[in-house]
Design a protein around this ligand. Structure first.
Ligand SMILES: C[S@@+](CC[C@H](N)C(=O)[O-])C[C@H]1O[C@@H](n2cnc3c(N)ncnc32)[C@H](O)[C@@H]1O
Length: 296
């Protein structure tokens, strides 16, 4: 373990110990903010995005296998696009969007993660086409009809969906698209099985998986939408320690990840009813036919 991650681990342990005594008095949002401050300290050493990563997502050739590649495929041409990264974390994806020519606004509840995102933009020389704001997504109004795309990557399961969806819709241009990626658990049997397996589950205090009712709720805000499911056998990614480095020097990892996710793709195209056993959904919605507001 290097120094930075050791420091992060120590901070995380301190945070967890602190939690035992404080949990009862702290709201879930305060706990989330504290948790993200620890995450930010672990990610404070921001780096230049390697060229091979930019190339991978620019070509988006693996969009059938991985949700993030699918995001880049959906956006397609980045030049002169305005994109909101809603719950941007430490700004990794926002910086990649900006590197490809988009103007990006990132929002996140954590001051510390937003600082990381700003530092990352400086290191990657994209400060001029990025803007990051530390705000609570549940109480912040996006500039109306501003964005060609809004990405909400792993944030809706942290917030009250009904508070943020009207805002997401009103931030989009008439033909703008929302891309929402979330962990899901739509099979009670799978949920029970998952609870029996001793693996690390929820990453932060506000973490949960969305269910079928949540997906229905989200779809109600959009005139047109499409769901793409990932991660049936792809779940086994957690057992590949080098999964993050599959693009470089880890051919076995790469082979197995493509195989597992490829099998997932084939299975769902032949047996669409299997969707409820998948672990990740990418929801792409728009209101190009006119509907903009909360109709729930
Ligand atoms: C799982 S992380 C995902 C971060 C980023 N989208 C990514 O994919 O790397 C969830 C993010 O949501 C942010 N978040 C949680 N609650 C929020 C809220 N109420 N308003 C804004 N951001 C929030 C957290 O600070 C965290 O950065």
């Amino acid at each position: 373990m290097d120094c930075a991650s050791h420091k992060g681990e120590t901070l995380r342990n301190q945070f967890l110990n602190m939690n035992i005594t404080r949990n009862k008095n702290m709201g879930i949002k305060d706990q989330e903010i504290k948790h993200q401050a620890v995450t930010a300290s672990e990610r404070s050493h921001v780096k230049l995005i390697p060229e091979y990563i930019l190339e991978r997502y620019k070509s988006a050739k693996w969009w059938r296998f991985f949700p993030k590649d699918f995001v880049f495929k959906t956006i397609g041409e980045f030049k002169d696009k305005t994109i909101c990264d809603f719950g941007c974390g430490s700004g990794g994806i926002a910086a990649q969007f900006a590197k490809l020519g988009a103007s990006v606004m990132g929002i996140d509840i954590s001051d510390e993660l937003i600082k990381n995102a700003k530092d990352r933009a400086i290191v990657n020389d994209v400060s001029q086409n990025t803007r990051f704001i530390a705000v609570d997504a549940e109480n912040y109004e996006l500039p109306p009809k501003q964005f060609d795309f809004l990405l909400a990557y792993d944030i809706l399961h942290h917030v009250d969906i009904k508070s943020v969806l009207p805002n997401i819709c009103s931030g989009l241009k008439q033909d703008g698209k929302a891309i929402i990626i979330e962990p899901i658990s739509c099979s009670p049997v799978f949920k029970k099985l998952r609870n029996l397996i001793p693996i690390k589950k929820d990453a932060s205090p506000a973490d949960r998986q969305l269910n079928k009712a949540d997906l229905k709720l989200i779809s109600n805000y959009f005139e047109n939408y499409k769901l793409t499911f990932y991660s049936l056998f792809g779940r086994l990614i957690r057992f590949f320690p080098n999964a993050k480095y599959m693009d470089r020097d880890h051919p076995f990892t790469k082979f197995f990840l493509l195989l597992l996710n490829g099998v997932d793709r084939v299975l769902i195209s032949v047996f669409p009813f299997l969707w409820r056993y998948y672990g990740i959904v990418v929801f792409v919605g728009d209101n190009s036919n006119g509907k903009q507001d909360d109709k729930i």
